[in-house]
Design a protein around this ligand. Structure first.
Ligand code: NAD
Length: 343
């Protein structure tokens, strides 16, 4: 097994902390990518990995992603991520969570955690009883989904303006993949503005119910990326923009809330070559983290709204730069983020 420095996802992370608590069985990694702009903020993932190196890779990759996302959201927060290595059954014991909270606490605020895959709201509340370095608790603004959805809506509107020449959404056809917290919220905003909607979800009933409510059309989940529309909005899983799916798209823009949409960097170039505008995922979906970090940032509702309102302007700046020098929007966003974190 190579040393951490030699792993492909190691990106001069400021620190990578490994915790092994023999008494409770806690095994966790906390990766601090950057504290250039403020405390390294990012969620805790509780997941079973077939081998521990995959957990370290996840922590390295996701913490760098948080540095970029927080920087581009205009937050005074750096990027970090914690991964707790779960057993195959993913059972959680209270003493193990307490040990993890002490691990977070031992970093003295250099890392601030939040909820991520596998961690419940109740788990986060229990961590907060041991350490103050927990953000996004239920009494601090709660569910980030609606904030993310509003930012994504503003980003979709900006994409319409850039790709179609109008920010009047009436009649603009948007195909939405996944109608959960983010995609469902987005669909409601779009319907209010008179957009034409095609919806899909693996939970077909969920999509059908929302379509009936909004007067939208439904297609099967495996057809949504083939729909001829103005904008495709991925709001379900990551890595859905593959070579094959990008080749099949019949839209002018891709703008949605899902994390890590591009399977590799190559698909960003493919989209550009096909003349399809791309809204970098971590820029358009930052509404949630903006709200999660409200306490860390000491931001009130007006400030949260102001920051979410800034998302379309940031996307436009990325697209203008991309148009002027031929760099893809994803590359422009990464370069802007790197500059902001002093890299
Ligand atoms: P969610 O669980 O509320 O909704 C996801 C929906 O997608 C579900 O209805 C699910 O059935 C559906 N789905 C799953 N696989 C699908 C597929 N192959 N095709 C169509 N539908 C599918 O989750 P969410 O909070 O809305 O998050 C959606 C995406 O946005 C995720 O990628 C998430 O990481 C990202 N994201 C969410 C937030 C947030 O604040 N919730 C913030 C940033 C990014």
């Amino acid at each position: 097994m190579p040393a951490i420095w030699d792993l492909p996802d190691f990106d001069s992370h400021e620190a990578v902390h490994m915790f092994d608590d023999r008494v409770t069985g806690l095994k966790a990694v906390i990766a601090v990518h950057s504290t250039h702009l403020g405390p390294a903020a990012g969620g805790t993932r509780f997941w079973h990995y077939p081998e521990s190196q995959a957990a370290i890779t996840d922590a390295l990759r996701l913490s760098r992603g948080m540095s970029y996302k927080n920087a581009m959201a205009g937050l005074s927060a750096g990027g970090g991520k914690a991964v707790i290595l779960a057993n195959p059954a993913r059972t959680k014991a209270q003493d193990m969570l307490d040990a993890f909270a002490r691990a977070v606490d031992s970093l003295g605020g250099k890392y601030v955690t939040a909820q991520d895959v596998g961690m419940s709201e109740a788990d986060m509340v229990s961590l907060s009883k041991v350490t103050p370095y927990v953000a996004g608790l239920p009494d601090q603004g709660g569910d980030p989904g609606p904030y993310t959805a509003r930012g994504v809506f503003l980003g979709v509107q900006a994409a319409a303006k850039h790709a179609l020449g109008t920010d009047d959404m009436s009649g603009v056809h948007v195909a939405v993949q996944g109608v959960g917290s983010v995609g469902g919220g987005l669909a409601r905003y779009l319907a209010e503005q008179g957009a034409k909607l095609t919806l899909a979800d693996v939970d077909e009933q969920r999509a059908a119910d929302l379509a009936a409510e909004l007067g939208a059309t439904c297609v099967a989940a495996d057809r949504i990326m083939h729909v001829e529309a103005d904008i495709f909005s991925p709001c379900a899983l990551g890595a859905i923009l593959t070579e094959a799916s990008v080749a099949a798209l019949k839209v002018r823009a891709v703008a949605g809330g899902a994390n890590n949409q591009l399977a590799t960097g190559h698909e960003g170039r493919m989209l550009a070559n096909r003349g399809i505008l791309y809204a970098p995922d971590y820029v358009i979906n930052a509404g949630g983290i903006i709200n999660v970090l409200r306490q860390v940032e000491n931001a009130d509702d007006a400030e949260i709204n102001r920051r979410i309102d800034a998302i379309p302007g940031r996307l436009s700046a990325i697209w203008v730069e991309s148009d002027s020098d031929g760099t893809t929007p994803a590359e422009v966003a990464d370069n802007m983020a790197k500059k902001l974190i002093g890299r």
